[in-house]
Design a protein around this ligand. Structure first.
Ligand SMILES: Cc1cc2nc3c(=O)[nH]c(=O)nc-3n(C[C@H](O)[C@H](O)[C@H](O)COP(=O)(O)OP(=O)(O)OC[C@H]3O[C@@H](n4cnc5c(N)ncnc54)[C@H](O)[C@@H]3O)c2cc1C
Length: 592
């Protein structure tokens, strides 16, 4: 993995297939952790899902405690603080597997992610010693209080205030937080508030039994009904000064960095949920007969099954590729002398654009999967008695929290352009090269050798397409670019398709290198179909963007370039999807 590229560089550089991690290569130990999580979900959570969704008193906290006893709450916590201290990629694997537990996964994610990590990565030794072991064991449960009625996406607009007491011993907190996951039973809150008239947030570690804290009743939600979601009120709550996390005015940075982690973890989670929903749909399609045959025999249903698998497989390839990139970055930073906590934060920050991409791609893949899995169930899918109905409702939140998908799309482009401006990412050099290529007479390059030669060549074209659009948008729109959200969304959607296509290609190429073409033939069909579709999508997004800001000869020239950069070779998508679907139907479950 030594040659791993830096965050955002996938747009301008190519990666050797042997330099990425692929999920086919999980070690024995990692597979055992995954199995432990699967067993937990199937023995402890699935049997009580109905009771969980009815919010049976004490049930969710007791499930968290059981998970704690098995070490699952301390995956990312170092051993000296009572955790398992697994690497980042393995913590993603655990998140993926535990996500098959519906609302439990939300409680788990909030506790181990946004609830515990601010303290783990920004806390001082005394703060960590005091709280982390209790959180890792499940004795205490955690929640994260950032959102307020008036500030959601604009998180730094929060109105909750903190004032230092006259004796300088504590801060007095006043304000209201909203949509707080685990709010109903958490013992420990990380609360974001502004000190006096500060323009930026600070973060505080607050014990839930402090005087002056009160809660609204549970929110009545569309899905994840078993997850506790409360408003939390702070009325003259005294927080000891030693419970300020990190430094004054560092809270917004903490919130953002923790959200980066939350985004890639969410991608891992939705993948687990996708696999589960897909299996439910495939099993139903095999059992249900209409017109004298199992509905899994019909092309319309097979198309859905294949497409669900294709999208999930690409998100999986991209998530674990990024997970390994992050682990490599963490190790390099630790070798350079940073502490584990500092290195983890910095390592993840380096791949923040990828984390935002994965959040969007994963949550939208899941929505496709549950929607079509429900459709496969026909009327039964609409019945509250079917588990797919729950999957459908539960999935929708993923496009809203951890930064809405609109905000994450905007962030993706913003972060990449900022890196380019700072000289950390040479975007303009390659963009200028593409611009000059537009002026020259187009060559017809030979298709490279190999089963995926045409697709790797298409990928190079996709990268040229996004560089052309982004490069000319920057030049044309200059200062107003940040306000041209439609164009930014187009560029972001192009980048998302490219990251998924490249990650899928690298994964399948490595698989071919290891096992040969015959063993990888279904995976080859999946990635070929994805690239074939991505070409049209990238063309459409690029076309929309170009027509939004260019005109005349320049527009015509770039449109010709766009056509050239998104050209694909002949390919039979029906045959490919039939092969993919048949494999899943034979296995009677998601099997890649
Ligand atoms: C079930 C649930 C659990 C949650 N858990 C937690 C938790 O534990 N802790 C916590 O702090 N928060 C939590 N949240 C809050 C969540 O993070 C916010 O709902 C989310 O950030 C969006 O904020 P908002 O709801 O205020 O929407 P808004 O920010 O009002 O957004 C409304 C719409 O406008 C769009 N929009 C907003 N700004 C822009 C812009 N600049 N450009 C373009 N479009 C824009 C958004 O994308 C969205 O489509 C939770 C929410 C829910 C529903």
């Amino acid at each position: 993995m030594k040659n791993a590229i830096k965050g955002g560089e996938f747009l301008i550089k190519s990666t050797d297939p042997n330099d990425v991690f692929i999920p086919e290569n999980w070690s024995e130990e990692e597979r055992m952790i995954a199995q432990m999580c699967d067993d937990f979900i199937h023995t402890e959570v699935i049997p009580v899902v109905e009771r969980m969704d009815k919010m049976e008193d004490g049930l969710m906290p007791s499930l968290l405690e059981k998970a704690g006893e098995l070490g699952m709450l301390g995956m990312s916590v170092p051993e000296e603080l009572g955790g398992m201290g697994v690497d980042f990629k393995t913590s993603l694997l655990a998140t993926e597997r535990l996500a098959m537990g519906f609302s439990f996964s939300v409680a788990y994610g909030a506790h181990t992610g946004i609830g515990t990590l601010p303290l783990l990565y920004y806390g001082n030794e005394a703060q960590k010693q005091k709280y982390i072991p209790k959180l890792a064991s499940g004795e205490w449960k955690a929640a994260y209080c950032l959102t307020e009625p008036g500030s959601g996406s604009d998180a730094n607009g929060a109105k909750t205030r903190a004032k230092l007491s006259e004796d300088g011993k504590y801060y007095v907190l006043n304000g209201q937080k909203m949509w707080i996951t685990n709010g109903g039973f958490a013992n420990f809150f990380t609360v974001f508030a502004k000190i006096d008239d500060d323009d930026t947030l600070s973060a505080f570690l607050v014990e839930a039994d402090s005087e002056g804290i009160s809660l609204n009743p549970e929110e009545k939600k569309m899905g994840i009904k078993g997850s506790s979601t409360r408003q939390v009120f702070f009325n003259n709550v005294k927080v000891p000064v030693e419970n300020l996390l990190s430094e004054r005015k560092n809270g917004f940075k903490i919130a953002l960095n923790i959200l980066n982690i939350g985004r890639i973890k969410l991608a891992a989670g939705v993948m687990g949920a996708s696999k589960q929903a897909m299996t439910t749909g495939i099993q139903y399609a095999n059992e249900r007969e209409q017109f004298g045959r199992a509905i899994s025999k019909y092309g319309a249903i097979r198309y859905k099954i294949a497409e669900q698998a294709i999208r999930t497989y690409m998100v999986e390839a991209a998530t674990y590729r990024a997970g390994q990139n992050i682990d490599d970055a963490i190790h390099a930073l630790m070798d350079a002398g940073l502490s584990k906590a500092e290195a983890t934060l910095k390592g993840i920050e380096q791949f923040a654009p990828e984390c935002a991409i994965l959040k969007v791609a994963g949550s939208e893949a899941l929505d496709y999967v549950v929607d079509e899995a429900l459709q496969i169930h026909g009327g039964m899918g609409y019945s509250a008695e079917s588990s797919i109905e729950r999957s459908y409702r539960d999935s929708r939140i993923n496009r809203i929290f951890e930064g809405t998908n609109e905000i994450n799309r905007l962030l993706t482009v913003d972060m990449i352009l900022k890196r380019a401006m700072k000289g950390e990412l040479d975007l303009m050099g390659p963009a200028m090269k593409v611009a000059s290529e537009l002026m020259s007479i187009p060559e017809t390059p030979e298709v490279p050798e190999g089963t995926l030669g045409a697709e790797f060549q298409a990928l190079e074209g996709f990268k040229k397409a996004v560089l052309m659009v982004a490069g000319s948008a920057v030049q044309k729109l200059m200062q107003t670019m940040a306000k041209e959200q439609e164009v930014l969304m187009n560029i972001s959607d192009m980048a998302i398709q490219i990251y998924l296509a490249e990650s899928g290609l690298l994964r399948v190429q490595q698989l071919i290198n290891q096992k040969g073409e015959e063993a990888a033939k279904v995976q080859i069909a999946m990635v070929k179909t994805f690239v074939y579709d991505a070409a049209d999508k990238i063309n459409k997004y690029g076309k929309d963007a170009l027509h939004s800001f260019a005109e005349g000869d320049e527009l015509r020239m770039m449109m010709m370039g766009m056509k050239r950069f998104t050209k694909t070779e002949h390919f039979n998508p029906k045959e490919a999807r039939q092969l993919i679907a048949q494999t899943l139907i034979d296995a009677n479950q998601y099997c890649f």
